[in-house]
Design a protein around this ligand. Structure first.
Ligand code: PGA
Length: 246
């Protein structure tokens, strides 16, 4: 199975989200080897969930709290997400790490809560520009995985890993196919050897209709996490088409 995932971040209000779904669901989405997941803002989850009812498109959230309930002003719990039949949740996006101090230990707590409550996590990892320049890419990725995945129990849930180099996010400069291939190979091997995990690995960071064919052709790339190009329904659909053609 391949995954074509939209991360709308803090874009698209309710009416814009509904317009997007109306346009997308009129298109041919019959390929059963590629799952589309839309991740709107919390405020749009309810309406998007209703809008997706008769479609095969799945729903994701962009974050969740590690506690199941309690005095955490402004936060959202797993049971709140489940009320909207939201099956997926993005964890550890670099913007959350950078602006909201989300550290790997917090992600480990979040993963535990998400998995224990039957949601499927999409865990994001990636190195910064300086870390790549200093040849620290693999040690950074290893560190992020070691802490986030420590003692997690996946059970019957699915878990996806998204490799998103921070320097490629929102910059229009996707990683080269050589870099993506090298990192994906490393991650596959590391996950198998250290966690006995064989899970889908996605690429994210300036994915577009122009570069998506070349990236999906890379062995081991199981899909995309798409930010900017997911805000335009036609661009997003073009990426989906490039995925199902290969
Ligand atoms: P981008 O964002 O496609 O705009 O680079 C990707 C992401 O942040 O997941």
């Amino acid at each position: 199975m391949r995954y074509c995932i939209a991360n709308w971040k803090m874009n698209l209000n309710i009416s814009e989200s509904i317009d997007f779904i109306r346009s997308l669901s009129k298109k041919n989405l019959q390929n059963n080897k590629t799952t589309i997941i839309l991740s709107p803002s919390f405020t749009s989850l309810s309406d998007v969930s209703k809008g997706l009812k008769k479609t095969k498109i799945q729903l994701g959230a962009q974050n969740v709290n590690s506690n199941t309930h309690g005095s955490y002003t402004g936060e959202i719990s797993v049971s709140m997400l489940k009320e909207f039949e939201c099956g997926w949740v993005i964890l550890g996006h670099s913007e959350r790490r950078q602006y909201f101090n989300e550290e790997d230990v917090i992600l480990n707590d979040k993963l535990n809560t998400v998995l224990a409550n039957g949601l499927n996590p999409i865990l994001c990892i990636g190195e910064s520009f300086d870390q790549r320049k200093n040849n620290e890419t693999f040690s950074v990725l290893k560190h992020q995985l070691d802490i986030a995945l420590n003692n997690i129990e996946i059970g019957n849930n699915k878990i996806l890993l998204a490799y998103e180099p921070v320097w490629a996010i929102g910059t229009g400069l996707a990683a080269t196919t050589d870099i993506i291939s090298e990192v994906i190979n490393y991650l596959k091997e590391y996950l198998m050897q250290n966690f006995s995990l064989n899970i889908p690995i996605l690429y994210g960071g300036s994915v577009s209709k122009e570069n998506s064919s070349a990236i999906i052709d890379i062995k081991g790339v199981d899909g995309f996490l798409i930010g900017t190009s997911s805000l335009d329904v036609n661009e997003f659909y073009d990426i989906y088409l490039n995925m199902i053609k290969r």
